[in-house]
Design a binder for this molecule. Structure first.
Ligand SMILES: C[S@@+](CC[C@H](N)C(=O)[O-])C[C@H]1O[C@@H](n2cnc3c(N)ncnc32)[C@H](O)[C@@H]1O
Length: 405
């Protein structure tokens, strides 16, 4: 009934926002076109950890209901044989970020103790030392604790402006003063009934009123890493919390601005940008990252440019011309799943739509989630109306099928 095809381009609505599969070393023209137009570039590249990261993912109705079984899948490799090779990537990322930014734009580069010093020197060269704004310290408690030295419990986020006219409004990220309240401060209520904390220094009393806003400094310890069963968690290794990206993007962007992430992984930056009403472009060299990111975005106005999986896997359907279309799954084998996995269980989402002039245009999408572990797979409509189907399996492999003439 259906034959597997590859078009590599999918458009939702107007297709304004972008999600691309590709390497920053070979910048696609769709990103080139944004040069000079971007308000914020955030980059969270590999940290040169020497690790091979995995992604764990529940699959099938049972997996999504109970958290198991899970598939163990390769995510991405952070293995650079020489620092020279890594520096090449870093230099290209920093140079591209600089090119993309508009005059009011701001750049964030997220790294850890391994490469922050080298990155700072490269950014100083590209942006100029005087346009360095902050080294934000994101402190956390998760992970192991070394006894050989003080445990390394922070990442560094370097922040640079493209020009002196950069946009930054700290009043857009007020903190909860109650949460920030320091225990060592005295508490009091003034003549007008306003509550405050106070401290006396050099004989002078400093008062901090509960009802006046307080803003973050450059050391952030109030945003934790994602927990194991966090609903935000996609299973993609090194996924950053949305709250972190919201705090970074909010003071420097306004609705309609372009936000770009060239190593977008699971798409945290893109989701944060979308929630703030910004336009966004994300890319990653790993096609699975694109599938994961796509799953968390409201795909209403989006172009996805990513080659579909080439491995042959027949689409199994059941059709009743009287008005019922049923998808039974995709017959596939993947090292991440046991051999006897049912075709429907390995399926995470599917869409039907049309293929016109080399573009797949989805009409309706169906996806498993914690809330809806069952995948809708049976529709009451004339099967002939379904001319093209895109499937994504739990390993993140997307396949496109066209109805045979
Ligand atoms: C630390 S992860 C990003 C995580 C992401 N911020 C999130 O919240 O999920 C780094 C990403 O960089 C991607 N990457 C590595 N080399 C790349 C390259 N040359 N071009 C584009 N992406 C690359 C990896 O595939 C990986 O997904």
């Amino acid at each position: 009934m259906f034959e597997q095809v590859s078009v590599g381009r999918e458009v939702y609505g107007e297709g304004t926002n972008l999600l691309l599969c590709g390497s920053v070393m070979n910048l696609p023209k769709e990103i080139e076109r944004l040069k000079g137009k971007v308000q914020c570039v955030y980059l969270d590249p590999p940290f040169m950890t020497g690790e091979r990261f995995e992604r764990t993912r529940p699959y099938g109705e049972k997996g999504w209901k109970k958290g198991t079984p899970v598939a163990r899948l390769a995510a991405y490799e952070d293995r650079y044989t020489a620092e020279r090779e890594y520096r090449k990537l870093l230099r290209k990322l920093i140079h591209t970020a600089h090119d993309l930014l508009s005059g009011t734009g701001v750049f964030y580069l997220h790294l850890d103790w391994r490469m922050t010093a080298q990155a700072r020197a490269l950014c100083d060269q590209e942006f100029g030392k005087d346009l360095f704004l902050n080294e934000i310290i994101w402190g956390y408690e998760s992970g192991g604790r070394s006894k050989k030295f003080f445990p390394r419990k922070h990442d560094s986020i370097l922040m640079y402006a493209k020009t002196r006219k950069y946009r930054f409004d700290i009043t857009r990220v007020p903190l909860d003063r109650q949460a920030k309240r320091k225990n060592h401060m005295a508490r009091g209520i003034d003549e007008q009934g306003r509550a405050y904390s106070s401290i006396v220094s050099n004989g002078k009393e400093y008062r901090y009123y509960d009802d006046t806003p307080v803003y973050p400094g450059d050391v952030w310890t109030d945003i934790s890493h994602l927990q194991q069963r966090d609903p935000e968690r996609t299973g993609y290794a090194t996924q950053k919390p949305l709250k972190l990206l919201d705090r970074l993007l909010r003071p420097v962007t306004e609705p309609g601005d372009w936000v770009v992430d060239l190593c977008c992984g699971s798409g945290t930056t893109l989701e944060a940008a979308q929630k703030l009403g910004c336009r966004f472009a994300g890319m990653d060299v790993n096609p699975e990252a694109v599938a994961v990111a796509l799953a968390r975005l409201a795909a209403e106005d989006l172009t996805v440019i990513c080659p579909e999986g080439k491995t042959k896997a027949p689409l199994l359907t059941e059709e009743d011309p009287a008005g019922r279309f049923r998808i039974l799954g995709v017959e596939t084998e993947h090292p991440g799943f046991p051999k006897n996995t049912a075709p429907l269980d390995s399926l995470e989402s599917w869409e039907y739509g049309t293929i016109e002039e080399g573009v797949f245009r989805p009409l309706r999408s169906f996806r498993r989630s914690w809330k809806y572990p069952e995948l809708v797979n049976s529709l009451k409509l004339n099967p002939a109306e379904i001319t093209a189907v895109m499937t994504t399996d739990a390993a993140g492999i997307r396949r496109l099928y066209r109805r045979k003439a």
